[in-house]
Write a protein that binds this ligand. Structure first.
Ligand code: HEC
Length: 140
């Protein structure tokens, strides 16, 4: 979390976000272990789609890759606010982030196709997309 100057979170909001992160780390470590065991069994897709995929830091991923256009609190900027997209299902959300396809339409080309442009030089993993989605769902 950044400093106090431009933030107006209440103590309970901060506490709930921190609580969420702790739960996420605990679940994420479990999923990572489960994923290691299941790798090669054909069950990986099921594991990576689990809510536990929030191991990567969704807050940091968002800040580095999305906030510049969608605003630090996903309130909108160059791109729209992301409250509506936070409520999409995980497949819809992933399709939008990876391929620029919203449920009902193709997004304008200003929105990166992250499967092509990559995040930090690599296409984002399922877990990273899930972490972004999970972060957006925590926003009030
Ligand atoms: C270069 C600016 C830019 C960046 C960076 C960017 N977006 Fe976008 N995004 C847009 C624009 C512009 C739109 C609207 C496109 C349209 O409506 O046709 C959009 C649309 C979207 C939508 C669809 C929203 C809706 O309600 O239709 C989602 C979801 C989304 N972006 C998620 C993300 C995420 C997650 C990231 C970071 C991983 C990200 N975007 C990074 C510019 C950006």
């Amino acid at each position: 979390m950044s400093g106090h100057t431009d933030q107006r979170y209440s103590v309970s909001e901060i506490a709930s976000v921190l609580g969420f992160l702790v739960v996420g780390v605990v679940l994420g470590v479990g999923a990572y272990r489960a994923g290691g065991r299941l790798a090669g069994t054909g069950s990986v897709a099921t594991v990576s789609a689990a809510p536990a995929g929030i191991t990567p830091d969704g807050v940091a991923l968002y800040a580095a890759n999305c906030a510049g256009c969608h605003g630090p609190h996903a309130q909108g900027g160059v791109g729209p606010g992301l409250r509506a997209a936070a409520a999409w299902n995980s497949a819809q959300f992933a399709h939008a982030v990876l391929n620029g396809r919203a449920p009902e339409r193709t997004l304008g080309t200003v929105m990166p196709r992250f499967a092509t442009t990559g995040m930090d030089g690599q296409p984002p993993t399922d877990a990273q997309v899930a972490a972004l989605h999970a972060f957006l769902k925590t926003l009030p």
